[in-house]
Design a protein around this ligand. Structure first.
Ligand SMILES: [Zn+2]
Length: 132
């Protein structure tokens, strides 16, 4: 079976890219086409919507935060102590670290924090229970 970039297939490609499908998934869905061809076609269409790029984009703004967190994070009690000592009142989002520092999964909770606290309701409960 020879694959052709018909209008229909191009529409499918666009739709799946928009839905965050990977090139491999799209290639499987369209059938008879390689992952590289999907990437190439997307590139020619001016769609650079690769999943990995999206992830990298969202991860990069927190890089500095991440570095700081890495040096602070080791014993969890210490982190809580530091956060209490220097509440960042300008940032009203939860500073609770989620995931392993140094991995791409690592991030902060970012739920709205309780007034005067560095964490959201849920994480306040955890943090202030642990510290006792
Ligand atoms: Zn939280």
């Amino acid at each position: 079976m020879t694959f052709k970039w018909t209008d229909e297939n191009v529409q499918k490609l666009k739709k799946m890219l928009a839905n965050g499908k990977s090139a491999r998934e799209i290639a499987e869905e369209l059938g008879g086409i390689s992952r590289n061809s999907v990437i190439g076609k997307a590139h020619r269409l001016g769609i650079s919507a690769q999943n990995e790029k999206k992830k990298a984009k969202t991860a990069s703004p927190s890089k500095e935060v991440k570095k700081k967190a890495e040096s602070n994070v080791k014993p969890i009690k210490q982190v809580i102590h530091i956060s209490q000592a220097t509440p960042r009142s300008s940032e009203n989002s939860c500073q609770w670290p989620i995931g392993d520092p140094g991995t791409s999964e690592f991030k902060f909770c970012y739920e709205p924090a309780k007034p005067g606290r560095p964490y959201c309701n849920e994480h306040c409960n955890i943090a202030y229970r642990k510290i006792k």
